[in-house]
Design a protein around this ligand. Structure first.
Ligand code: CTP
Length: 224
């Protein structure tokens, strides 16, 4: 029987507003993160799901709490609020790397009117979002474990994922080819901080992959 782990999972895309009605988003469905949350709660682990603007909902469970976010900044606030009372973070959210810069439009981020149509091309200036995982490393305790995701072009998947694992100071990273986003199945390799690479069985459903990954999380926590 696994020891219950207090697990924090992020899932889904971010939406970064351009104006009152438009946003920059991505195709993440949130399905894998929601499957992870369902599977963790079903194992008896107290689970917190931070879920972006996706259509999915996790199953009802007394062990599962869900908080919603829209933007990378919302998610950053939720992570700072909830991470201290958890043992494990699985960062499956597809966080935007850039967002419209507020200064360029002369309006605050939350009060942009709808941009009127015009015949000239327009330019949207983007600014980088903070790297949420790197930012969290300053408040992460040695007893906590952090698992990230890396969605990469297949030909340099492992190399890029290894670089992110060390740059973001993670305990492990799940390397996926780009095709995984929005797909029914997942092909993935888990890379551990000690250099081990563990390939998941190929083309698992996201539900089966969630169970496989939680088994690996249990092994990581117990030092195996
Ligand atoms: N991530 C994050 N903050 C961001 C962007 C990504 O914490 N602003 C997290 C993701 O949730 C994921 C991991 O970092 O767990 C890797 O995300 P990815 O988009 O692959 O990496 P980037 O750091 O954005 O690098 P690049 O865009 O150069 O591939």
């Amino acid at each position: 029987m696994d020891a219950p782990q207090r697990i924090l999972i992020t899932a889904g895309p971010t939406h970064e507003p351009i104006d009152a009605v438009r946003y920059i988003g991505n195709r993440s469905s949130g399905r894998l993160g929601v499957s992870l949350a369902d599977a963790a709660a079903a194992r008896g682990w107290p689970t917190t799901l931070l879920l972006g603007p996706a259509h999915l909902q996790p199953a009802e469970s007394s062990l599962l709490r869900t908080f919603r976010f829209q933007t990378a900044a919302d998610l950053q606030r939720l992570l700072h609020e909830h991470w201290p009372e958890h043992d494990v973070l699985i960062m499956a959210a597809a966080v935007a790397d850039y967002r419209p810069a507020p200064g360029a439009q002369r309006h605050s981020r939350d009060h942009r009117p709808k941009t009127p149509r015009q015949d000239q091309p327009i330019t949207i200036e983007l600014e980088p979002t903070p790297d949420l995982l790197a930012d969290l490393s300053s408040i992460t305790r040695p007893d906590q474990r952090v698992i990230g995701f890396a969605l990469e072009p297949a030909e340099r998947m492992l190399e890029s994922a290894r670089a992110k694992l060390s740059r973001k100071r993670l305990n492990a990273i799940v390397a996926n080819p780009l095709e995984t986003m929005d797909a029914e199945t997942i092909t993935a390799t888990l890379i551990l901080a000690d250099g081990r690479e563990i390939a998941a069985p190929t083309a698992l459903s996201k539900r089966d992959f969630a169970e496989w990954l939680l088994d690996r999380v249990t092994a990581i926590i117990s030092g195996r």
